[in-house]
Structure formats: structure tokens, C-alpha cells
Design a protein around this ligand. Structure first.
Ligand SMILES: *[C@@H]1O[C@H](CO)[C@@H](O)[C@H](O)[C@H]1NC(C)=O
Ligand SMILES: *[C@@H]1O[C@H](CO)[C@@H](O)[C@H](O)[C@H]1NC(C)=O
Ligand SMILES: *[C@@H]1O[C@H](CO)[C@@H](O)[C@H](O)[C@H]1NC(C)=O
Length: 260
């Protein structure tokens, strides 16, 4: 019986599971890119260098209390005489509490949706009908990185944020331990992409993360010394690993096409 129920569940979820659900909304833009760098995710001015400045603030259902920070979306405007069919890829760096649009984009991202020569035209409109879908973030030759935050205080308090998170998943758990030890301390999400703990192991530190795949969870283990024993505030450390998993959402019909 249990087997049958599991089997049935599998059939249902595989019929609706989708990694490319398309959503319809409107999008506006911020006239100043700096509005996004002071964003809720806590990336600060680092955000301005992400994804060539193609940034987005998303509504709470996309921001997900910070778990949506760093997620990538392909977005295109629906007027095909104004916009390209490919649209552009944006990375979420902020929360948008305005309920008129799912996204507020950086002006660069907003213009990037337009066909060649129409970028000033789209800016004048200010707000356009769009459709979007989540897509994997792709970082070529770039691992997931850990930045030690200014609020950290050695030796008892460590605050970090994750940068360059590939794939299409959310980080839902983070643990830290001395390299070679199995005495793990968990970190809590402080806000946005920032995680912290006041149980900081000494010595070089390894990390393990739980990422969700919508219907599934998975461990990502950065086993090497990610932070050296003498870790420093403001420094970005290479985790030695990258995430390439793709989470499933539930929707029907599913759009597996590549927009081009
Ligand atoms: C689509 O964009 C073109 C060019 O900007 C404009 O002339 C046209 O009115 C727009 N169509 C709609 C339905 O908004
Ligand atoms: C959007 O927010 C405004 C102000 O908070 C509120 O008055 C309005 O009812 C909201 N609209 C929707 C569709 O939720
Ligand atoms: C485990 O790590 C915590 C935090 O670093 C430390 O306070 C505790 O004493 C450690 N426990 C053991 C058994 O080593």
C-alpha cells in the first residue's frame, strides 16, 4: 500500500514537476543602480558587479525570506515589436514590496529586454508587461564563494554570505566545522544572503550546505579548508565547490523551450 501511494505520488509529481514555469507580470525599473546595491540581500556594492549589472528586486514570493537571493530569471517583455524574444537574464539582489509588479529591474536589465536601438524607448514606457521563468545561474570558472562579513568578531561570532551560487536551488541550511572534525555548528540566516553563528570552531573551517530541489534536498560539502584559521573580515574565499542542481517547481503546462 505504502509502495502504491509513493508510486502514485511519483506519477503526479512527475506530471507537474517543471524547471521552467512561466509567470506573467509587469516589470518596472530603478533609475539608479545604487538602489539595488543597498538591497535586502545584503550584497552591498558587490551586487553592481554581478551579471554585468543585470539585477532585479523580486516580490516576497521570489525573495523567499532571503533564500531567493542570487537566483536567476530569464525575463522578456511581451511586446514583440519592442523587445527581443530572448529577453535577458537577471539576478535577484533585493526585495520588492511594491505589489504592482513582480520585479523592479536595474535600468541596464530593463533596457536589455529591448530590441537594438529601442532601449531609450523602453525606458520612456517605465513599466512593461513581461513573462519570466527561473533559470540556472551559470558561473564559468567561478566556484561558490564565501565572504566574511564586517559584523564578524573573532573568535566567537562569524557572519558570512554566499556569492556566485550556481544552478537553480536555494540554500536552506549551513553548517561549519574545523577541517577533519565532525563537530558541526549550524549557522542561521541573519538576513538576505547572510548567515551567522556564535559557535565558531577554531582552526581552518569546512562548510556543508543543504540545498533544495523543490521536491528534494541535497548536501553540498565544501570539505577543504574554505576559511583558513586566520580568516579575515571583508575577504572572499573560494569554497572549492559549485552547485549545478536544478530545482523543480509545479506547474502545467511546462515550458522547456529555450527562449531565443
Ligand atoms: C509595442 O511597441 C511598439 C514600439 O514601441 C509600439 O508602437 C506599440 O504600440 C506597442 N504595442 C502595444 C500593444 O503596446
Ligand atoms: C497593493 O498595496 C496597496 C497599498 O499597500 C493596497 O492598497 C492595494 O490593495 C494592494 N493591491 C493588491 C492587488 O494587493
Ligand atoms: C564542538 O564545537 C563547539 C563550537 O566550536 C564547541 O563549543 C564544543 O566544545 C565542541 N564540542 C566538542 C565535543 O568538541
Amino acid at each position: 500500500m505504502a509502495f502504491f501511494i509513493c508510486f502514485l505520488f511519483f506519477l503526479i509529481s512527475s506530471a507537474t514537476a517543471c524547471d521552467r514555469c512561466v509567470h506573467q507580470t509587469r516589470a518596472a525599473y530603478y533609475s539608479k543602480a545604487s538602489s539595488l546595491s543597498s538591497g535586502a540581500c545584503g550584497y552591498g556594492s558587490l551586487a553592481l558587479g554581478f551579471n554585468s549589472g543585470n539585477l532585479a528586486a523580486g516580490v516576497p514570493s521570489l525573495y523567499k525570506d532571503g533564500a531567493g537571493c542570487g537566483a536567476c530569471f530569464q525575463i522578456r517583455c511581451k511586446n514583440t515589436s519592442l523587445c527581443s524574444r530572448e529577453g535577458t537574464v537577471v539576478i535577484l539582489t533585493d526585495l520588492n514590496n511594491n505589489n504592482q509588479t513582480d520585479f523592479v529591474l536595474s535600468s541596464r536589465a530593463f533596457m536589455a529586454m529591448a530590441q537594438k536601438g529601442l532601449d531609450q524607448h523602453i525606458l520612456k514606457l517605465g513599466i512593461v508587461h513581461v513573462e519570466y521563468k527561473r533559470v540556472p545561474c551559470q558561473y564559468k570558472n567561478q566556484n561558490l564563494a564565501v565572504r566574511v562579513e564586517e559584523s564578524s568578531q573573532k573568535p566567537h561570532y562569524l557572519a558570512i554570505k554566499f556569492l556566485y551560487q550556481g544552478g537553480q536551488t536555494e540554500i536552506v541550511g549551513v553548517d561549519v566545522a574545523q577541517v577533519g572534525s565532525s563537530n558541526w555548528s549550524f549557522l542561521s540566516r541573519n538576513h538576505g544572503a547572510v548567515w551567522d553563528t556564535n559557535r565558531v570552531p577554531s582552526g581552518p573551517l569546512q562548510f556543508r550546505l543543504v540545498v533544495t530541489g523543490g521536491y528534494d534536498g541535497k548536501w553540498i560539502w565544501a570539505k577543504k579548508s574554505v576559511l583558513p584559521a586566520d580568516w579575515e573580515i571583508g575577504v572572499i574565499y573560494d569554497s572549492g565547490v559549485q552547485i549545478d542542481d536544478i530545482a523543480q517547481e509545479g506547474c502545467s503546462p511546462c515550458d522547456d523551450e529555450t527562449w531565443r
